[in-house]
Design a protein around this ligand. Structure first.
Ligand SMILES: [Zn+2]
Length: 340
């Protein structure tokens, strides 16, 4: 269950970021960005836009409730997408459509001759499965419903921003692309956003995702991750009768051992980098040499270089363990490993 404070659209920090983009053409020095933000914030039209968002909070909450009550489990976002598109159109947008994978795309054109494109996005799907009761309940000053914060609030915020820009006749130099994405959660594997970046007609220069309930935190760094499913396969056999065959469970353990030692040393210093063997599976009984065991591994880093390095530590550990397992086996065929 997500809970939302009734003051849904207190999004000044976020809008400051957006506003900064309006007048900038990617200024590189922090000082000039700050000056630019200050100048934009002092503009009376921008101040009016903030006031407009504040004074239209009831309307934003109404939209939030209406959208929340349209179920949007993973891979079933169509109805919510349709309504979200209708709402964008009713506020007023230059061009809008639903793309091949189901993302809602709405373009508010910039005035510059060759405008860049800023995306402001929220995701259409929620983590809650089909059949979940999505009725919104109000308890005191709090609204409760599955998915209301993550991320229906993002969608309602997009609409509030568009409404305010239009109502206050704020023209921007650059394009703003309002996007409701599909497949953000779980097995959706970010398919909406991936499609947006790889197959859309727009060259995206900046991207802001509004997600979750926090008003005070802006995440401005990417966190890269590599994930693997690793399967060790051997002939398998009886623990006594076939003793001496290469044992996939032992080789997996050996691989984890080498990986853990090297990865632990590597991640003690420098930009945060993590590693995790999250699942280990396989085998059939206590007295069988397993024919197959597997593990699921997740590695993350704030730094692309370090992610690549921990990945190669991981790969080296596996290959070393497999090599040794095959050399040390006393009988039978070799062991294979699949890394996916
Ligand atoms: Zn989310």
């Amino acid at each position: 269950m997500n809970a939302m404070c009734l003051r849904a659209t207190k999004i000044f920090g976020l809008i400051t970021t957006v506003v900064a983009f309006f007048s900038t053409s990617l200024v590189s020095q922090e000082v000039s960005i700050l000056e630019e933000v200050r100048a934009v914030m002092e503009d009376s039209r921008v101040q009016a836009a903030f006031e407009y968002i504040d004074s239209h909070d009831d309307e934003t909450l109404e939209t939030l409730i209406a959208l929340t009550e349209i179920p949007a489990p993973p891979f079933a976002e169509t109805e919510r997408a349709r309504i979200f598109l209708e709402l964008l159109n009713s506020i007023g947008i230059d061009n809008s459509y639903i793309d091949e994978v189901g993302n809602v795309i709405a373009l508010r054109k910039g005035a510059a001759p060759n405008p860049e494109t800023l995306v402001i996005s929220g995701h259409l799907d929620t983590v809650f499965p089909e059949g979940t009761n999505v009725q919104v309940q109000q308890m005191g000053d709090t609204l409760k419903a599955p998915g209301i914060g993550d991320d229906t609030r993002g969608l309602a915020t997009l609409l509030a921003i568009l409404r305010s820009l239009n109502a206050n006749n704020i023209e921007t130099k650059n394009n703003i692309l309002f996007v409701g994405t599909v497949g953000e959660e779980g097995l959706g594997d970010l398919r909406g956003v991936k499609h947006l970046f790889t197959n859309s007609e727009f060259v995206i220069s900046s991207f802001i995702s509004i997600d979750g309930t926090g008003d005070t935190r802006v995440t401005h760094q990417g966190l890269g991750s590599h994930r693997y499913s690793v399967t060790f396969k051997g002939p398998g056999g009886h623990s006594w009768g076939a003793f001496g065959l290469v044992n996939p469970a032992h080789i997996l353990s050996r691989a984890v051992h080498y990986f853990e030692i090297a990865a632990d040393a590597y991640t003690r210093n420098g930009p945060k980098t993590s590693y995790n063997v999250g699942m280990v599976q396989g085998g059939t009984s206590i007295n069988s040499i397993p024919a197959e065991v597997s593990m699921q591994v997740d590695m993350r880093s704030e730094s692309q270089d370090r992610l690549i390095e921990i990945d190669s530590i991981f790969q080296r550990s596996i290959h070393k363990a497999v090599r040794e397992g095959n050399v040390n086996r006393r009988t039978g065929p070799t062991l294979n490993v699949d890394i996916e």
